[in-house]
Ligand binder design. Structure first.
Ligand SMILES: *Cc1c(COP(=O)(O)O)cnc(C)c1O
Length: 401
């Protein structure tokens, strides 16, 4: 048997009859940027997550950067985050000029350890950026409490956690702002790049909307007023000596933003796929459940399936093994693809060498990185494939005994 780590073809085949005509009709409409498809998708997502505002953008990395910028985070500030995540989480912090501060992780959930966050707070700390790693929500009540006590913002990196739940609420509705990615292999994947920011805060929504679109027009003016409440309405008309025929705002830009848009083709695809997201996530949970049940007696750490307060959407299924290399090789020889999220903790990445972390400074994550093996988990994985993977992992440990 040959089982790839990931397979997008099966899902495409299942949806092609529905998605291809929708995309064709969008192409013929020539509304490629913005318009009905994007507005409608934003509304559907806001309903799905149970948040007031959803601001779509170009990708998950931009979503993180825009969210951080909307809080005024910049040089001299510190943002506490996890070293066990995709590089973009900390990259976005560094892009604002702020310093990513890495705290250690919890050895069971692999999310930020709450105790370790508190130790890292200084008078420069502006925000905490927890990641719901592999789809399991972080300890958000504790994170929010620490934030409240210390006057900090909370941004969720929910790029891997669309559809996950914490105490009955969706991931993405648990902090001040939340960021999502629609990269093709995420639980809700586009046919290209895409991302979004979710928030319940009207002012932050305005600022994010302005940042992603050159801070221009009425949105730019409104965002400017949010950011500079002491300045009067009059100052919004930038220069009366330039005639503005149609719209007193349209050709004005109020601060430096960027261009980050979800295009209408992606919004069309995502709208269709959103209808299946719950089904996809529940398939993933069934597979995870089966893996954990079958593998829990082996000398490895397997993900816990049920928590009282959290429901994972199992973006990844990650086991921790002391024989990582041998296991990966054995599975590969058996035709089974695996992933290695994440082999290098971010505090030891070359890109963050300037932060001067030493090996041994965050011991739990350093150990986990040497042990983590991701098994295939995607909604269209067949039952007999899951059983084959289980059989091979068991065989590996039997042979070694
Ligand atoms: C995928 C991902 C991102 C980045 O998203 P892109 O759309 O690829 O820019 C950020 N953080 C985490 C945790 C991710 O998994």
């Amino acid at each position: 048997m040959k089982i790839p780590f990931f397979n997008l073809e099966r899902q495409y085949e299942q949806l092609r009859e529905e998605i291809e005509p929708a995309v064709l009709s969008l192409l013929r409409s020539t509304s490629y940027i913005g318009g009905k498809a994007v507005n409608q998708f934003e509304k559907e997502l806001a309903d799905y997550l149970g948040v007031k505002y959803v601001i779509s953008c170009g990708n998950g990395t931009d979503a993180l950067y825009i969210a951080l910028k909307s809080l005024g985070i910049s040089e001299g500030d510190e943002v506490i985050t996890t070293p066990f995540t995709f590089f973009a989480t900390a990259e976005a912090i560094a892009q604002t000029g702020a310093t990513p501060v890495f705290a250690d992780i919890d050895p069971e959930t692999l999310n930020l350890s709450v105790d370790s966050i508190e130790e890292k707070i200084t008078d420069r700390t502006k925000a905490i950026l927890p990641v719901h790693i592999f789809g399991l929500p972080a300890e958000m009540d504790a994170v929010n409490l620490i934030a409240k006590k210390n006057g900090l913002y909370v941004i969720e990196d929910a790029c891997q956690a669309i559809g996950a739940e914490y105490k009955g609420k969706k991931a993405g509705a648990l902090g001040d702002l939340a960021c999502f990615s629609f990269y093709p292999t995420k639980n809700l994947g586009a046919f290209g790049d895409g991302g979004m920011i979710a928030t319940n805060d009207e002012e932050l929504a305005k600022v994010c909307t302005a940042i992603k679109s050159h801070a221009s027009g009425k949105t730019g003016a409104e965002a400017y007023m949010v950011l500079h409440p002491q300045e009067g309405q009059d100052e919004m008309i930038v220069n009366e000596s330039f005639d503005v025929l149609y719209d007193p705002y349209k050709y004005y830009n109020y601060f430096i933003g960027q261009n980050s848009r979800l295009d209408a083709v992606q919004a069309t695809v995502l709208s269709k796929k959103l209808n299946y997201l719950n089904q996809y996530n529940s398939n993933r949970r069934l597979i995870a459940d089966r893996y954990t049940e079958a593998l829990k007696e082996l000398p490895i750490q397997v993900p816990r399936i049920s928590y009282e307060d959290k429901v994972s959407c199992f973006h990844q299924y990650v086991i921790l093994s002391d024989e990582k290399e041998e296991l990966v090789e054995y599975l590969s020889e058996s035709g089974i693809g695996t992933g290695a999220f994440y082999p290098v903790p971010l505090h030891l990445q070359k890109a963050f060498k300037y932060l001067d972390y030493k090996e041994g400074s965050l011991p739990i994550v350093e150990k986990v990185c040497k042990q983590s093996v991701c098994l295939p988990i995607f909604p269209e994985l067949y039952e007999n494939e899951v059983e084959y993977i289980i059989e091979k992992i068991k065989a590996f440990y039997t042979e070694r005994r």
